[in-house]
Write a protein of this length. Structure first.
Length: 186
């Protein structure tokens, strides 16, 4: 059983998190631990027709962003890693400088110190030098940066087609077998 921590922050792109949660929820061998920032909850309301109750139902465990004593804030919580999708530049900066001021950034800090898989799905454009330096810093310490960049070799026809390709990339990063989208073929 894989245990994955999913953090959702207030950057635009909540659909990426929803699609990932839906795919993980369908897998009997994956346990999902979810924490959302206050702005993630606001973006859920602004960007989608999903309710917080529907999103929470896709996770095995949910946590309050302010609960620094939650299980996922400890290195003794054995897991296979964490993904932050979408990741705001504030969250990226906070993690890059080791400031665990909420449960998402604390869980990410623990993920780094325990040398577990950390996947960051940054959602910002254009990227400033500050953003790039923070992302580079995280990449240098082992985080995998997977920005949501659409692929066009499969001729996507809908936003859903573009989103599911991103989900495939995140699942691949955790070594979770999937057929979410078509892969490149010569």
């Amino acid at each position: 059983m894989k245990k994955i921590i999913v953090g959702i922050t207030g950057a635009s792109g909540t659909v990426y998190a929803i699609d990932l949660l839906e795919k993980l929820h369908q897998m009997d061998d994956v346990e999902v631990h979810l924490v959302m920032s206050q702005w993630a909850k606001k973006n859920l309301e602004l960007e989608t027709d999903y309710s917080l109750k529907q999103i929470n139902a896709l996770a095995d465990e949910t946590y309050n962003i302010n609960d620094q004593g939650a299980t996922i804030s400890s290195g003794s919580f054995l897991n296979d890693g964490m993904v932050i999708v979408p990741a705001s530049m504030k969250t990226v900066a906070t993690i890059a400088y080791g400031i665990g001021d909420n449960l998402i950034t604390r869980a990410a800090d623990v993920t780094i110190k325990e040398q577990r898989k950390l996947v960051i799905v940054p959602r910002e454009t254009p990227l400033s030098v500050i953003h790039l330096e923070n992302l580079t810093k995280l990449a240098k310490i082992g985080a995998q940066i997977i920005p949501p960049m659409p692929e066009f070799y499969n001729h996507p026809k809908t936003i859903e087609d573009i989103v599911k390709h991103q989900t495939m990339k995140v699942l691949d990063a955790f070594g979770i077998p999937n057929d979410v989208d078509e892969r490149w073929k010569e």
